[in-house]
Structure formats: C-alpha cells, structure tokens
Design a protein around this ligand. Structure first.
Ligand code: SF4
Length: 213
C-alpha cells in the first residue's frame, strides 16, 4: 500500500465541468500519466519523478480543512490517478473527514479508466480516450461519462462508450460532450449533437471561460 503519492497540486475551488459544475470542491491532482493525449492541458503532471511525494495523512488533513472551509466534495484527479492504488488515500480521507453523523466527505474520481478501480470512490467521472480506450469494468461503473469532442470520429466513439455504460443503474449515468478547448470544429459538433440527441448534455469548462483556477 502506498503511504505517499506524487502530487502536482492541491487547491480549493469550484468544479468547472460536468454534472457537479459550479459546486465547491477540493482538488488533489496526482502526478503520472501514460495516456499521452495531444490536447492535454496538464502535461506537467505526466512525469511523476519531478513532483513531491506527499504523505497521505497530510493530504487527508488538508481535505478536512477544505471541508471546514466549504468544500462539498474532494476530487482526485491527475494526471491519471488510477495509475496509483487509491485505497489508502481514500481510507485516510474518509477517516479524517468523518462527522458526528458518521458520514465523510464524498470522494469524486476523474479518470480515463485505463487501470483497475481502487479506493471505492462515491462518484466516478470517466473521460475515455479514443487512442487508449478504458477498461470495460470502469466504464460500466461510472456515474458520469464525459467525452472530449475534437472531430466527427469522437462523436462515434462517444456513442460507443455511452452504449457500454450501465444504463440500468438508478440513477442512470449522466452523459456529457465537451468540446476541445479553442476547437471550433469540436464546439460546433458537440453543440449540434447535444441539440439533436436528448440523452447528451453539453459540458462547459466554466473555470476556463471565467479565467479562474
Ligand atoms: S489522460 Fe488526462 S492527464 Fe493524461 S494525457 Fe490525457 S488529458 Fe492529460
């Protein structure tokens, strides 16, 4: 079990994307990613060797502080967080944020789904990549599917991915298309596809539009 993890940054902000957009959240951005997306906006996270290893207890105590300051949930993101086993980190966060009613802060995971699940997150946002598709078990477990659209092939991929989510789950997984940042073709395709297909919603990167973290 990992007692430390390489961390790029931690910060308290608003969730900018997807089903929980606009809500107060504490972000833990773990280092390491081998998925290699050309459009990645966190390339500095790829090489874990250049980032500090942080103690899991310190990470959980910082999460508790953010919870006391208004964070509604913690988001474990990356990089690709599932390159690491998250069991111990999630256990420490749950222990540290436990309240008198015996509930702890909800743990959200943002992943591309290429590695086995760990940590039993309360909410999984799966952002699958066409050049490195996700594991079918992670796809089936997600509460939220968010597909970045840069071209028409991405739309076909998005529909294929949506068909493999657990549509019998209650509630059903929420399906989002998100245009690649500054990509006019992606913006137009995502907008039209959502307009013509009621099972999809448009995800806006509100933090980027507002120019905040
Ligand atoms: S999976 Fe995420 S962090 Fe990794 S390269 Fe792709 S966009 Fe970047």
């Amino acid at each position: 079990m990992e007692a430390t993890l390489p961390v790029v940054e931690c910060f308290h902000s608003l969730q900018g994307e997807g089903a929980h957009a606009g809500r107060s959240a504490y972000f833990i951005r773990l280092a390491s990613c081998k998925v290699g997306c050309s459009w990645c906006d966190t390339k500095e996270s790829w090489n874990s060797a250049v980032h500090l290893q942080q103690n899991l207890i310190d990470l959980s105590l910082n999460t508790t502080k953010a919870q006391q300051e208004g964070a509604a949930f913690v988001v474990i993101t990356g990089g690709e967080p599932l390159h690491h086993n998250l069991n111990q980190l999630c256990k420490e966060i749950r222990k540290s944020t436990l309240d008198q009613e015996n509930s702890s802060i909800p743990i959200h995971l943002e992943t591309s789904g290429v590695d086995p699940l760990s940590g039993h997150p309360d909410w999984i946002t799966l952002s699958p990549k066409r050049h490195f598709p996700p594991r079918s078990d992670v796809l089936f477990s997600c509460q939220e599917l968010k597909v970045v659209i840069n071209n028409e092939e991405d739309l076909y991929f998005a529909e294929r991915m949506a068909n493999q989510t657990n549509i019998n789950a209650m509630p059903q997984p929420q399906l989002f298309l998100q245009a690649g940042w500054n990509n006019k073709e992606g913006q137009s395709l995502a907008f039209k596809h959502v307009k013509n297909n009621s099972h999809w919603r448009l995800s806006m990167q509100t933090h980027k539009w507002l120019g905040v973290l």
